[in-house]
Design a protein. Structure first.
Length: 100
């Protein structure tokens, strides 16, 4: 089930990696925004971080699944996009947590 760089992924694992790695951060931001809109009396940033942290976890899982898909022969640019975007978002979230 190998695919070339310019082709779309062929396996379901690669598509799940793309879904989580690319859309995970956006889902997390959406969850945080909805959570903030539901409880407007709370102004703490920690409640917004619930959604953004969820997005970081989804992005990390997407990047990890993308690496697994690479080891199984997928070479699509879409899988690389999932790995890079998921890893960058997870790294950004980790650095923002460490820096305070």
């Amino acid at each position: 089930m190998a695919s070339g760089f310019v082709n779309l992924p062929k396996s379901k694992l690669a598509w799940v990696a793309v879904l989580l790695g690319v859309l995970g951060p956006f889902v997390g931001i959406l969850i945080g925004t909805i959570y903030r809109a539901i409880s407007p009396q709370s102004r703490e940033l920690s409640q917004m971080m619930v959604g953004v942290g969820t997005g970081a976890v989804l992005a990390f899982v997407g990047a990890a699944l993308g690496v697994v898909a690479l080891t199984k022969g997928e070479r699509s640019w879409v899988v690389w996009l999932a790995i890079v975007s998921g890893a960058l978002w997870s790294l950004f979230m980790l650095l923002s947590m460490v820096s305070g």
